[in-house]
Design a protein around this ligand. Sequence first.
Ligand SMILES: Cc1cc2nc3c(=O)[nH]c(=O)nc-3n(C[C@H](O)[C@H](O)[C@H](O)COP(=O)(O)OP(=O)(O)OC[C@H]3O[C@@H](n4cnc5c(N)ncnc54)[C@H](O)[C@@H]3O)c2cc1C
Length: 313
Amino acid sequence: MTKKVKNKCAIIGDGIAANILCFYLKKICPELTLSQFFEDSFYPNSSIRSTAIVASRNAQAMSTLGDYLVRSFEEVKNFLIFNESLFRDSIEWVLHREIGNGDNFFKRFPETKESKLGFEYQEQAIMFYPERFLESLQTSHQATRVVKLIKSYDDLSEFDYIFDCTSHYKKFLNKEETYKTVSGSYFLSEADFDKSFSISYFHNNIIYRKKTKELIIGSTSGESEFYVDDFISLKKIYNRCKEVLELPRMESFRLISAKRQKYSKRLPHWGRVSDGLFTNGGYYKNGYQFAFLAAKELSDELRLILDKDRIES
Ligand SMILES: Cc1cc2nc3c(=O)[nH]c(=O)nc-3n(C[C@H](O)[C@H](O)[C@H](O)COP(=O)(O)OP(=O)(O)OC[C@H]3O[C@@H](n4cnc5c(N)ncnc54)[C@H](O)[C@@H]3O)c2cc1C
């Protein structure tokens, strides 16, 4: 008897995890029909509120997290080289300057130069324009987009494969989850500088996106709720960043805040959970870095399953 062809695939989410995954699935498993489910008016995504800078920052494969970061950085670079023409308006290579001092700094960045502001390490980094990048992905992968709040995986029982890319909302679908929800916040203002840049000044970040004239000062990490402490910290960051460059008035900035999913040791979690269910998340502070490698590995895994099914049918 011939086996039923399994090619219906549901992806839950509309952030970087889900959209990059749709892009890779379409390339690696072209026989699939992709349907993407999300409900951003109720469960807002973090991906468009992200500072979205990806740099190697001298990550070394000396720990599991370091290994993920190094391999992920390679995958992002490969992706952008192969797909350069599609994302010209939504990414930019910029000079990232890491300025600091102290033992930990020198351990992490052995090759620094002394500058007026402290010791400095420089490298090329990738700046994503989050909204534009996600839009470009959606245009390319062409998954059927469905605005719908998924209450249980059973809502998607007609699909052969489900990919959960729901980030910190995952506990509403799976009550046994053990991650923490951690907020992240920064100040955003319009500004006019010559070119884009990214500076980390004693852990305070200053990012300028020339194409959209957005200046970002931040960022803070807090509990799942947003506290007045975060606001006080951001004001301190603002004052500290004034040592590096002239900033617009404090009143011109508005606060941007979003939530992230954090597992133990900041490790991402992706892979097959059960027969047709896959998970993809736990990106915490590195969503734009991890999402590409996750999408590649998940798509390769599904490719093997589809090939095995085809041989057996
Ligand atoms: C302030 C800040 C700064 C950051 N800076 C960086 C950085 O510089 N570099 C970097 O790499 N990363 C950075 N990150 C981290 C990165 O932005 C996140 O890790 C990433 O955006 C998470 O992507 P995601 O797709 O997993 O989740 P999200 O973008 O949060 O998307 C989750 C999606 O799931 C949908 N959803 C959830 N549950 C359901 C349901 N039941 N039914 C239907 N839809 C559902 C939501 O509607 C949403 O679309 C930053 C994050 C923040 C907050």
